[in-house]
Design a protein around this ligand. Structure first.
Ligand code: G3H
Length: 482
């Protein structure tokens, strides 16, 4: 989609295979083809976004708030009619279970509606005058310019839109690149974009980052880099920009969220929360629990019961009832997980669940590794897949130091009883991460709450409310009279 037109592509394409098969045996099925844009076409798409922004003088950045809202409302109405087809693609392309696929779609619609409401409030606030020392200020929020937005494969709809929608509503124009897995599910929505927004406001590029996104950054015409994905890609793209100091960053990156199980934790609750926390969508969530710290006093019982619970989980195609473990969209992921398991074993860890590491073509059954130590790859890396490291601890002070020394700082789950007793611990933990979940697994939602992280985990904040601010700048008119 460029300059309001759907481009027909005659160049090089990649075939997109489904993650799953309609039979229980895995046979890849071709779902479609995805064009690899070349550099010149990508730059033409950029030109379309720059023209629509027109150095802040275009139709979109100067449009009245009410009109911009009606474009967005129009879009969401059309989007709602595509629910069934998008949900189907979420299952086939990335292997997300049927309930989770429906949830992703509905959550995205809700995100857009909440954004519209928050934007209306922002507009009401900007109508107020502020007075100081005889000066009246009419403070509002204005757009930043042209946004390059890159979405992740694990939430190809919701997280891509968590960047795109606030960027658009604040008056920016956007070039967005969907992730390779999850690209097809956006096609049913392209027409809705085309019909709802002025030409050139929403533009889409496909292809490899270094071939399409990097040349766009090199032009220096991007004002905001908005990306949810890994730090390496974010840094590489940022480095391409000739005036890095002018670039606003809105980044949702990696995390290694710990689950801490204290000696007095309710183990039934802790085990269930750690199951969903580590393994929902096969652990392919930045908010997944990626390491469990279990106190030595309860370690034996926790390990035994947790390992048994993992082995009871059902694997299968995403539409099957009661299935939690589903095929992995990244073909190399099972090998990568296997390497992490082998490396941990080399340093003395054991796989403590019977089915752990069992392989099929596009899946590896979750392995619970114990005891995990600092020299292991699984201790340091964000596995983003089905493998669960457990590390024993006996000193909370040492554990806090360990969390403080991590390169990440998104969330923590703390399992224990007696809020008064653990209050000081909670107060310390919120200085190390950005969200402490009490007796529950880590998660991003509800989307109206701040979603961010310290250190290498994020730049900027991505909740409905905060994202409107992340994609805008405060401007004002000052005068002596009201
Ligand atoms: O990949 C990171 C996602 O933002 C996680 O979102 O907690 O709603 O699954 P979630």
């Amino acid at each position: 989609l460029s300059n309001g037109e759907l481009i027909t592509w005659n160049g090089k394409t990649d075939e997109v295979f489904s993650t799953i098969s309609s039979t229980d045996e895995y046979k890849p099925t071709q779902l479609g083809t995805v064009p690899h844009m070349d550099k010149d076409t990508a730059l033409e798409v950029l030109e379309s976004a720059c023209n629509a922004y027109a150095k802040g003088q275009g139709v979109w950045p100067t449009m009245k708030v009410a009109d911009r809202i009606s474009c967005m409302e129009n879009f969401v109405e059309q989007m709602k009619t595509k629910r069934e087809v998008v949900v189907k693609y979420l299952m086939w392309e990335i292997g997300k279970s049927l309930p989770d696929s429906r949830k992703e779609f509905d959550r995205t619609v809700e995100y857009i509606l909440d954004t519209i409401e928050d934007y209306k409030q922002l507009d009401r606030d900007s109508a107020k005058f502020h007075k100081k020392d005889g000066v009246y200020a009419h403070i509002r929020r204005g757009p930043l310019g042209v946004v390059l937005c890159l979405g992740p494969y694990n939430y190809p709809l919701n997280e891509t839109f968590a960047l795109l929608i606030p960027a658009l509503i604040m008056g920016n124009t956007v070039v967005f690149k969907p992730a390779k897995h999850g690209v097809l599910l956006l096609s049913p929505l392209l027409e809705a974009f085309q019909k709802s927004f002025p030409k050139g406001v929403v533009n889409v590029i496909y292809g490899r980052g270094r071939e399409v996104a990097a040349p766009i950054m090199q032009t220096g015409r991007i004002d905001v880099l908005a990306l949810i994905g890994n730090s390496k890609s974010a840094i590489a793209l940022q480095d391409q920009h000739p005036h890095k100091n002018r670039l606003r960053l809105v980044l949702g990156l990696e995390a290694k969220n710990p689950g801490i199980i204290l000696p007095d934790a309710d183990l039934d609750l802790a085990i269930e929360e750690c199951i969903s926390g580590t393994l929902s969508f096969n652990g392919q969530r930045c908010t997944a629990l990626k390491i469990l710290y279990v106190h030595e006093d309860v370690q034996e019982e926790f390990n035994k019961r947790f390992a048994k619970r993992v082995d009871e989980l059902k694997y299968g195609n995403p539409w099957k009832e009661g299935v939690m473990l589903t095929p992995l969209p990244e073909p190399n992921k099972p090998d990568y997980i296997q390497e992490l398991i082998d490396d941990a074993k080399k340093y003395g860890a054991k796989v403590i669940n019977e089915r752990g590491g069992a392989r099929s073509e596009n899946y590896i059954f979750p392995a619970v590794l114990f005891p995990v130590t600092e020299e292991m790859g699984i201790y340091k890396e964000e596995q983003f897949g089905p493998v669960i490291p457990i590390k024993p601890f006996n000193s909370i002070e040492k554990l806090l130091d360990e969390i403080a020394d991590s390169n990440y700082g998104q969330q923590v789950s703390l399992f224990g009883t007696g809020i008064e007793k653990i209050a000081p611990l909670i107060d310390t933990l919120v200085n190390l991460v950005c969200r402490v979940n009490l007796n529950s697994s880590c998660q991003r939602g509800p989307d109206v709450f701040p979603f961010t992280g310290r250190k290498d985990s994020a730049v900027g904040t991505l909740s409905v409310h905060d994202a409107l601010r992340s994609f805008s700048i405060r401007t004002f008119v000052a005068s002596k009279d009201k």
